[in-house]
Design a binder for this molecule. Structure first.
Ligand SMILES: [Zn+2]
Length: 256
């Protein structure tokens, strides 16, 4: 885990974060979950790129050479540049997930200063987990019946388990290395946007590479859906249960 950063005027920003939490702003961002599930239900294309603490860390040149994504991804300058590029993109139904104000006040303050208050497609980076996790693992799979699903993830994810445990069937699995996937795969994958079929739902679970590709591919293929799904389905694809899955995360007025 990345330690909570204390770089940016921590006290003031913690207070701003707490105010945001108590006024319900983050709760409202978490409730956008139902809009996202409705988009799937209505077969409307959309994309979600999640910028949590690890991505914010990888947006800063000062962290080049350090690791993020549970130490699976070394940060280099091209990752820094592309994550910043991705966060600056705006489009219909291009959803950007922000860090929770209470859990990550400094990271939220950093990104909050870079996004227009009235951009309508904002949510929290943990919109599919924490207090919404049950919704995503129970309501999403039935919506994917008769849809064409592509799964882009580390090669350690087993889609047979995903099928038998939650009923999600992918027509294709793009398997990637589990470490430093940015360095080895980004350039190749960047060109592969023309391999999708109209209406495809593409899940990406490959660290900050997923965040960049969700934006990049959606801008080139607005006829498909690209979901930066993170570790939401880890218990079913590789039997890895994080605190959010085991319900061991502390209660948070913003996100959990
Ligand atoms: Zn929180």
């Amino acid at each position: 885990m990345v330690k909570k950063s204390t770089k940016w005027l921590p006290l003031k920003r913690e207070l701003v974060g707490l105010r945001r939490a108590f006024t319900g702003r983050d709760q409202a961002l978490m409730r956008q979950s139902s809009r996202l599930l409705d988009l799937v239900s209505n077969k409307a294309p959309w994309a979600l790129a999640r910028f949590n603490d690890g991505e914010v860390k990888a947006m800063l040149s000062s962290n080049v050479g350090e690791k993020t994504a549970r130490d699976d991804q070394e940060i280099n300058q091209s990752l820094v540049d592309k994550l910043n590029w991705a966060f600056n993109q705006r489009s219909d139904n291009l959803w950007l997930g922000l860090p929770c104000s209470v859990c990550w006040p400094s990271e939220r303050a950093y990104l909050g200063g870079k996004i227009e208050k009235n951009y309508p497609y904002q949510t929290l980076a943990v919109v599919q987990t924490n207090r919404n996790w049950d919704d995503w693992i129970t309501k999403l799979p039935p919506l994917l019946k008769n849809r064409s699903v592509v799964w882009v993830s580390g090669e350690d994810q087993d889609l047979n388990h995903l099928k038998s445990k939650v009923g999600i069937v992918a027509r294709d699995h793009w398997k990637l290395p589990t470490t430093n996937v940015w360095q080895s795969e980004y350039k190749k994958l960047s060109e592969k946007y023309n391999e999708f079929e109209t209406g495809d739902i593409v899940f990406l679970s490959c660290g900050p590479l997923a965040t960049v590709l969700a934006v990049e591919w959606f801008l080139k293929r607005p006829d498909c859906t690209f979901i930066d799904i993170g570790s939401t389905f880890d218990p079913f694809t590789r039997n890895v249960w994080h605190a959010c899955h085991k319900k061991e995360l502390p209660r948070c007025i913003g996100c959990n």
